[in-house]
Write a protein that binds this ligand. Structure first.
Ligand code: NAP
Ligand code: MG
Length: 488
């Protein structure tokens, strides 16, 4: 049985204050390890609440943009310190709200702290270039100006890191923010926003409105007071948001799904490849946009790799992420449970061979949660649904190839292009992979799911709207370039 933390009703955060919605309606947030445990309630807000938040953000931004980058950075440093002092408080909400293990949740929250510090430092770094004018008596340069009010719409799978990696750069470059977090992790988001509040952020600079995607998310994308929208989530919703933003002529940024391959060459270090495939594919119960999904193995090592992989997968302990010895938690929700199980059924129906797992786990206390065995399919081909669609669960699909050319061809045979890995000791294989792999993140001898906060992140093809987040790249989305010409 898990311990119960304080069950309370979380409010919207508007203009530096906590407000309940004018609908008077709330929704409960459940623990996917134990659906009888309610973590808290959050507001089911109306478009009126959203209007108030956008109005506050507009006013807040007017003041915020006048501060120097250094002064804005000082605020972010303070938020980082508050969050750092509350890592366990925030991480506990994450584990109890979407299921990832407490170790992973603490790691993600610490990542949030580091992201805040990284962008705090950005407040002191160059934002433009001096460009030689053809007029010898003129000075020409570029400056970066904020967009204004940024709508931030985020998913449940990284409920701390993703909101922070969008909000921190938005803020440092002088924008204000209205956050609409995923409903499945609204309590975690509220605890993050509490840190901004406690750090003394000026009123209106950051606001949060919880509620349904179709009312608050869509409302944000269509709101005339919003100047830019950044979204991470599914392709279906992303496309809708992109269209709404295009109609209004505002800037938008979409980070969406993946179907990430790992290639294992005949010359690979197989133990390393097995370890990274498991870590990349099954950590966070496979619910990462960069999770390894397709495992493309060269025939010379196929049988050995498969044997080693299944042996290790069989050792994985599944259970409540708050209990220390569990390596893998539940999937995040009943919806996720049904989706993942239906993909497993499809895999079997379409002729893939189930090597390991495939079932919901219902023994003992697990019957109260959404646990699925780590699952490995063999003999998967590119035309199968489990090789084409994002599963977003603990499922690996093994695919056999003879040559590296075939491996790359299959790896690229996807509408997605987020991340990809190769395991090889051959420099030629590495170079061809780096050159020809259609993915925004390519990794050699490392798992597909590693993302460093100081480097650009984003996908090719259907995985993104082709902009990049994180690192210095974030400045491209969150600012507009102004070219200045001065003549004496
Ligand atoms: P989702 O259903 O698209 O939801 C994402 C966010 O959009 C949530 O806040 C959701 O609110 C909101 N939303 C739902 N319907 C909306 C609408 N009509 N208009 C505006 N907003 C709306 O995605 P998810 O299931 O939370 O997340 C899983 C997906 O995220 C996967 O496809 C995964 O690959 C992707 N992902 C991508 C990255 C990346 O960086 N590329 C990272 C992580 C996850 P509600 O929660 O209230 O429905
Ligand atoms: Mg939940």
């Amino acid at each position: 049985m898990t311990t119960h933390t304080e069950v309370k009703t979380y409010l919207n955060y508007i203009n530096g204050e906590w407000h309940s919605s004018d609908t008077g309606k709330t929704s409960e947030s459940f623990n996917p390890s134990n659906k009888d445990e309610v973590l808290g309630s959050f507001q089911l807000s109306s478009s009126n609440d959203l209007d108030n938040a956008v109005e506050a953000a507009k006013a807040g931004q007017k003041v915020w943009r006048k501060l120097s980058g250094t002064a804005r950075g000082d605020f972010l440093y303070k938020v980082a310190s508050v969050l750092e002092s509350k890592i366990e408080y925030v991480a506990e909400a994450m584990t109890k709200e979407m299921g990832k293990t407490f170790t992973e949740a603490k790691g993600e929250t610490a990542r949030g702290v580091a992201i805040l510090r990284y962008y705090a430092g950005e407040g002191m770094r160059p934002v433009g270039d001096v460009i030689p004018s053809s007029d010898s008596e003129a000075l020409m340069f570029t400056n970066r100006v904020p967009l204004g009010v940024i709508g931030v719409i985020t998913p449940w799978n990284f409920p701390v890191a993703i909101p922070i990696w969008k909000m921190a750069p938005a803020l440092i470059y002088g924008n204000s923010v209205v956050l609409k977090p995923a409903s499945d992790t609204a309590v975690t988001a509220a605890r993050v926003v509490e840190c901004f509040h406690e750090a003394g952020m000026p009123a209106g600079v950051i606001n949060m409105v919880t509620g349904s995607g179709s009312v608050i998310g869509q409302g944000l994308a269509e709101h005339p007071g919003v100047d830019g929208i950044t979204f991470t989530g599914s392709n279906a919703v992303g496309k809708q948001i992109g269209r709404a933003a295009l109609d209004r002529g505002i800037k938008y940024q979409l980070e969406m799904g993946g179907k990430n391959p790992v290639i294992v060459a005949n010359d690979a270090d197989l133990d390393l490849a097995v370890e990274a495939t498991i870590s990349g594919g099954l950590k966070s119960t496979g619910q990462k946009c960069t999770a390894t999904s397709r495992v493309i193995v060269q025939s010379g090592v196929y049988e050995t790799f498969r044997e080693k992989l299944v042996k290790k997968v069989a050792e994985i302990t599944v259970g409540d992420g708050m209990e220390n010895d569990n390596w893998m938690g539940p999937v995040a929700s009943e919806n996720q449970l049904n989706n993942v199980l239906s993909y497993i059924e499809k895999g079997i129906a379409e002729g893939a061979e189930l090597l390991h797992g495939g079932n919901q786990l219902t023994d003992g206390a697990k019957s109260n949660g959404y646990f699925i065995e780590p699952t490995v399919f063999d003999n998967v081909t590119s035309d199968m649904t489990i090789a084409r669609e994002e599963i977003f669960g603990p499922v690996l699909a093994l695919m056999k190839v003879d040559t590296m050319e075939q491996a790359l061809e299959i790896a690229n045979d996807s509408e997605y292009g987020l991340s990809a890995s190769i395991f090889t000791t051959n420099i030629g294989n590495m170079l061809e992979f780096i050159n020809d792999m259609e993915a925004g993140l390519v990794r050699v001898n490392a798992e597909s799911a590693g993302v460093e906060l100081q480097a650009p992140f984003g996908g090719m093809k259907q995985s993104s709207s082709h902009s990049r987040e994180q690192g210095r790249a974030a400045i491209e989305f969150f600012t507009s370039i102004k070219t200045v010409f001065i003549k004496k």
